[in-house]
Design a protein around this ligand. Sequence first.
Ligand SMILES: [Zn+2]
Length: 479
Amino acid sequence: MGDIQLQNTLTGRKESFTTLHPGEVRMYTCGPTVYDFAHIGNFRTFVFQDLLRRFLKSEGYRVVQVMNLTDVDDRIIANAAAAGIGIGEYTEKYALAFLEDCRTLNLEPAEQIVRATDHIDDMVALIRRLSEKSFTYPSDGSIYYRISKFPDYGKLSKIDLSGIQAGARVEVDRYEKADARDFALWKSPKPGEHFWETPIGPGRPGWHIECSAMAMKYLGETLDIHTGGVDLTFPHHENEIAQSEAATGKPFARFWLHAEHLIVEGEKMSKSLGNFFTLRDLFAKGYKPSAIRYLLASVPYRSQLNFTMAGLQQAASSVERLRNFVTRLKTERFGAGQSEAIADRLHQAEEEFRAGLADDLNTAQAFAAIFDLVRDVNTAIDRGEFRQGDVAATLAAMESFGSILAVLKDDDAQKLAALGFGSSEAPLTDVEIEQLVADRQAARKRRDFAAADRIRLQLADRGIILEDTRDGGVRWKRK
Ligand SMILES: [Zn+2]
């Protein structure tokens, strides 16, 4: 395991990453609030977390990641009530859609995906622990956290607390820094609202206590990494620290990593501007999962990402370039032997790729290393300087980049079809395609060019593109 530098929001510095338990990374990720489909801004953060865990695994760490699904909060209760259904019924659809979206973007599932409503007892226990230490007080059946009792309050978001009135309270789950006040750990039920009957009274948990309780239950009282979108830094993560550290007296998370905002075509994403996209909105427009993943991954997570349709097109052609390169290596025949220059070049690319990711997950630098390599190897092939004996090592290098990038497998069409997008016909299987390609080759051999063209068009209709190779063979790919 080499040195990995990570920008820690808590200290405001880049630091060498270490783990509390040798070789094991315990990481908590704030998952979505399942009150609607997650949007591409949410997925920017989830793709960053996926790159992080894939990179840590490639460095030899065992990763234990916990992600929560917030399936009870102010908005869920309001929306479920408006729809006239229970919160469980309301959130199930969005929870399943979220997991499906994650699979479509090749996000590795967290080791534990946990729902808030399955952990009410753990939250109640944590609130009682805080009450025993006098960090709480009741008010109208709700229970509030007393921030004046926690001198470290504000250390993550660097908030200035000087103007804050002791005892002032905020009831909602989401609020601005200017509204920093004592926040609700437990909310008394309003008429008609969903609530739980518990030893601390009837009610429901505040949003912040969910994450503290679930993170510590599965990962211990001190985590290695806590991640989330930058908008969660305050109040959510600040409040998680206040709750957890007041209860345990130990540091809650050692590294806090926050992904920056995503904007669309230079503007803040909003439904009123018509630039608000879920993944499904983009699939319906014909964009591929691999291109979306690539675009979201390509900008380093600490930088703002300007998501544009032109950028998405470019991302699609970047993915194509990589896939075509792999196809070329697998289908062309090269001169016998092995080239030392290619071996050196591969080694250099692997080092540059790793160095980019080890520098606070600088994906721009890491991805550039791959494209520089592809360009150089293509040039070497064109010049006849690439040998058959170089193929295996080059493919192995691409596979190792691909294990983190996760866009090389050409399965967009199948994924879209599974979600009900794209062609209404089932996609052709590899075997069916190979058969049609063989039929076309046979037609050409007997100089029946009309039949050969018919098959080519038939394949094109089903999204399969043929490319004739220099050695008289043919290779195919899915559009
Ligand atoms: Zn959280």
